[in-house]
Design a protein around this ligand. Structure first.
Ligand SMILES: NC(=O)C1=CN([C@@H]2O[C@H](COP(=O)(O)OP(=O)(O)OC[C@H]3O[C@@H](n4cnc5c(N)ncnc54)[C@H](O)[C@@H]3O)[C@@H](O)[C@H]2O)C=CC1
Ligand SMILES: N[C@@H](CC=O)C(=O)O
Ligand code: NA
Length: 440
């Protein structure tokens, strides 16, 4: 039983979709538990829920009278102490969050797109009005990685963060790999399960993961990274053929996000489908699960693993942030967040980032073709560590054949120039397909 009694804090919830209704359910089920665990100091009550359509059927058992359609009510209503933004997008959400901060109402959000794209303005407002923004749900769903970077690793210089941070694409890749599903069916399942964004292109074009990587990098290096400068590729270009070749070569394809500080201080930050060894621990991160390896100069490497999306896993992080917001309101304390520095850290140009590669060429099936390609590569100083061709081609009599070259570590810019020369050969019939072989 609660031993200390504090005032009940009013929560205003914007959005009652997947995550919003998850938050409702968790608080309905575990609200008293939270009050007990905080010795009576945290009592949370959702007093208003803002939705688009009052008549829409809702599974969560919330009373009709708390629903409304005007976001401004969350700011105007004095019984709302904390604003939870779960509508997504960057327009209405920006106005709501900015207004809440100006009104001195702490914000809890799961909106990585909003913070990655407009965080500079919002964190400046947060600092100006001494009102925090909490966003654990925005990165890797249930995994407390924001807390880890902001608090647990505060005594570390972060050397790198590497991980799988989009549940939808990870789910799709697994279903394509293991169940042999086509891309549209796998995406349909991810939407049905509540993993995908309202605009699912952000999941499959890599931007959702990139937004999260930007937030992690920004926390680690002190200033918000300019999202327009970040290199992003999604899983749309991953074909069943490359998934199969990856398997034959001992790799799996994962949408990998990587943030790394180099010795000259520059930050490498990129999100792209990559080949990783099938034996690496990240290779067994499947379905909606996410994992992030955080490497600090003192702690060494720590791996965080858990559900990266979904109703209650994400709601769990929102609720944890609500408790933190309530504690700060009741007991005071420093607010965590970005340093609103003007300068973005220097990013390493993508052309300078170097890894080994898998390159697949579609070539005319005649003698000498491999030698022609190998000659161009050799003249450019790009070493070949292996080649691969289909162990069981679908049509052995086809005029064209897929030929894979595994290439030694090369700067990406040099690889691109070299591949342009290979593509110009008469025997090469299509643009080469490139994946990084990520040595983790
Ligand atoms: N679904 C997930 O697993 C995760 C989602 N998130 C983030 O949480 C946020 C919410 O995501 P979901 O719940 O999945 O989305 P959702 O699409 O299921 O729910 C959003 C709800 O907000 C409502 N809405 C949109 N604009 C509105 C407005 N102007 N006024 C009132 N209502 C409005 C929509 O009608 C919808 O019901 C997004 O920012 C998303 O990126 C973060 C982590 C995981
Ligand atoms: N759409 C996102 C949801 C969580 O951030 C994902 O699939 O990871
Ligand atoms: Na999280």
């Amino acid at each position: 039983m609660a031993s200390v009694s504090c005032k009940t804090l009013g929560i205003g919830l914007a959005g009652f979709g997947t995550v919003g209704s998850g938050v409702w359910n968790i608080l309905a089920r575990n609200g008293e538990l939270i009050t007990d665990r905080t010795h009576g100091s945290v009592n949370l009550e959702i007093r208003k829920v803002i939705v688009r359509d009052l008549n829409k059927f809702r599974e969560a058992d919330a009373p009709d009278e708390i629903f409304d359609t005007d976001l401004a009510l969350l700011i105007e209503d004095p019984s709302i102490d904390i604003v939870v933004e779960l509508i997504g997008g960057t327009q209405a959400a920006f106005h709501l969050v900015a207004a809440a901060l100006k009104a001195g109402k702490p914000v809890v959000t799961g909106n990585k797109a909003l913070l990655a794209e407009r965080g500079k303005e919002l964190f400046a407002l947060s600092a100006e009005h001494k009102t925090p923004i909490h966003f654990e749900a925005a990165v890797a769903g249930a995994i407390p990685v924001i807390k880890a970077v902001q608090e647990s690793f505060i005594g570390n210089r972060i050397e790198s963060l590497t991980g799988i941070i989009n549940g939808t694409s990870n789910y799709i890749l697994q279903r394509m790999t293991e169940a042999g599903l086509g891309y549209p069916e796998a995406l349909g399942e991810a939407k049905e399960l509540g993993y995908a964004e309202a605009d699912e292109t952000l999941d499959v074009n890599g931007w959702d993961a990139a937004h999260k990587a930007i937030l992690l990098a920004s926390l680690s290096y002190g200033t918000l990274i300019n999202y327009e400068d970040v290199y992003v590729r999604g899983i749309e270009m991953v074909t069943p053929l490359d998934i199969r070749f990856a398997k034959e070569l001992g790799y799996v394809v994962k949408l990998l996000s990587l943030v790394r500080q180099h010795e000259d201080g520059s930050i490498e930050i990129r999100t792209q489908p990559s080949f990783i060894s099938a034996k690496h621990i990240l290779a067994s991160v499947n379905g909606v699960f996410n994992a992030i390896a955080v490497k600090g100069d003192a702690a060494g490497e720590s791996l965080f693993y858990g559900r990266g999306a979904g109703q209650e896993p994400t709601g769990s992080s929102v609720v944890a942030d609500l408790v933190e917001a309530a504690r700060l309101m009741e007991h005071g304390g420093t607010h965590r967040g970005f340093l609103p520095a003007e300068e973005s850290p220097k990013l390493m140009p993508i052309e300078d980032t170097a890894t080994p590669y898998y390159v697949r060429f579609k070539v005319t099936d005649r003698p000498g073709v491999i030698a022609e390609i190998a000659t161009v590569l050799a003249e450019a100083g790009v070493g070949i560590s292996g080649t691969h061709s289909p162990s069981n081609p679908e049509d052995p009599d086809a005029d064209f054949v897929d030929m894979v070259f595994l290439l030694h570590k090369t700067p990406f810019g040099h690889l691109k120039e070299t591949l342009a020369q290979v593509e110009a050969l008469d025997s090469v019939t299509e643009r080469p397909v490139v994946f990084r072989l990520e040595k983790l």
